[in-house]
Design a protein. Structure first.
Length: 470
């Protein structure tokens, strides 16, 4: 098996001390780093080498960083770009974001913050590459916005995006971590009339409370200690595009009030400023907590909730759409085959059974990690259970140590296995048959043979009492 392919990063800056220091930090992180010192050199290497990320200074001897961004996004849209600037002109940085830059850094900056931004930008780049691969695989007529599966809830989300994205209605996306909320928000932006505008994301949980306001609203010079110049906030930066507030429930209550006023009036004041500034953005919000609970606990203001939830999407956790696990796992397998240079043909039936029995607390993000780990350790042409992480091995060990009670007829053991499996899958017959590795027609015959009934409610969904033996 080939060695894992390292991510490639290009640094464009005429200051050799900058390229050397950044290169050292990024190389320690396991990245392949290249550096050039002007626009002409960047064009030459970009035309011959594929990069996952480009970090460019704004001021270059023969051009500006804006031109680097434009070239990169025209030639390889899936490559992300971070702009460095020491001039404090946010008009320039906003223009960079509109041209497709992932983010900007103002010099001097903390190297630890750079590493965090690099990691996030590379995650976005990988997501873009995955979406592009999926679009090529499915074709334009089967566009699913990067979401994989046959679950009816997933297809309902896809249909909602197709129907509602062209409007300017606010979107609230509710779902556990790792279910793909940002992917849904990106799909709303891409399918909207604002697709050519910026798509700006901010995680309210990742920024200290005292800094969120200045990040969103910006500030005037002298507004507080250290405010040595005017700064435009992200709501201004998002004008003409979409602003995603991830983990919006982490926003302080007083700031929720200010946000509500901006949404109602489409105007804002920077911190320390008196002038009202017009803003025009679509707001997408996301939370990993149940909004009913947030409202009951007064964590999320009711008036803000009503304003941001014109369109509300609840993303099901992976444990509620286990039928999609083999399909998603196979998708990740193909992607990691390409990344690691492997030629694994598929997942063994035992591996699929293990994946279907797992509860997936980390959702799709966890499944992706599990498949990547399995690909790294696989030595054959199929992913076997031995390649899965320890928690799957413990499940297998527990299963192998199952003791059959003495003097119990075989048909009673089989009937109990079916009953327990139906209970664990919430009465899902297809999923139970997969776990037991029993063809569905045969499984139905066994249900009839053993007198097992899966009770359903008026909507033909499994009722609370899942299965009974009569």
């Amino acid at each position: 098996m080939k060695e894992p392919q390292r991510k490639s990063i290009l640094i464009v800056d005429d200051d050799t001390s900058v390229t050397e220091s950044l290169g050292l930090v990024l190389q320690e992180g396991g990245f392949r780093v290249f550096d050039v010192h002007n626009f002409a050199e960047s064009i030459a290497i970009l035309n011959s080498t594929q990069f996952d990320l480009v970090i460019t200074d704004f001021c270059l001897p023969d051009a500006t960083g804006i031109e680097v961004i434009t070239h990169v996004k025209n030639e390889t849209p899936e490559t992300e770009v971070i702009l460095m600037t020491g001039h404090g002109s946010l008009d320039i940085t906003i223009e960079a974001i509109k041209r497709g830059a992932y983010y900007y850094l103002e010099k001097p900056f903390d190297l630890a913050r750079l590493r965090t931004l690099v990691d996030r930008a590379l995650e976005v780049a990988a997501l873009r590459q995955e979406n592009e691969l999926l679009r090529r695989t499915l074709g334009d007529d089967s566009e699913t916005f990067g979401m994989i599966g046959r679950d009816p809830k997933l297809h309902q989300i896809i249909q909602t995006i197709r129907t509602a994205a062209p409007s300017d209605a606010s979107v609230l996306i509710e779902g556990e971590s790792g279910t793909g909320k940002e992917l849904i928000a990106a799909a709303f932006h891409a399918q909207s009339q604002r697709a050519s505008g910026p798509f700006i994301r901010i995680n309210c949980a990742a920024i200290p409370h005292e800094l969120i306001e200045s990040e969103l609203f910006g500030y005037q010079k002298g507004a507080f200690t250290g405010a040595d110049r005017d700064k435009r906030g992200l709501m201004e930066a998002a004008s003409g595009g979409t602003l995603l507030l991830d983990e919006i429930a982490e926003m302080p209550t007083h700031l929720q009030t200010k946000l509500l006023r901006v949404l109602q009036e489409r105007k804002l004041r920077r911190l320390g400023g008196e002038l009202e500034i017009d803003v025009n953005f679509r707001l997408d919000s996301a939370t990993n907590r149940n909004t009913s609970t947030l409202l009951e606990e007064d964590v999320l203001r009711h008036d803000l909730y009503f304003r941001i939830s014109t369109i509300k999407i609840t993303v099901p956790p992976l444990r509620e759409r286990l039928d999609d696990v083999p399909l998603i796992a196979t998708h990740f397998l193909h992607r990691f085959n390409k990344q690691y240079g492997t030629e694994i043909l598929g997942l063994s039936p035992d591996t699929v059974s293990h994946l279907l029995r797992y509860n997936w607390p980390g959702n799709i993000r966890e499944l992706e990690s599990v498949i990547e780990r399995a690909v790294v350790f696989c030595r054959g042409d199929q992913l076997l259970p031995e390649c899965l992480p320890d928690e799957f091995q413990r499940t297998r060990l527990n299963n192998s140590s199952f003791v059959i009670p003495p003097l119990v007829p075989l048909q009673d053991i089989e009937r109990e296995a079916i009953l327990q499996t139906l209970k664990r899958t919430s009465g899902n017959i297809r999923r139970s048959a997969q776990i037991l590795r029993c063809p569905r027609p045969t499984f139905y015959r066994k249900l009839k043979k053993f007198g097992i009934k899966v009770e359903r409610d008026a909507d033909n969904k499994p009722a609370e009492k899942l299965a009974t033996s009569v």
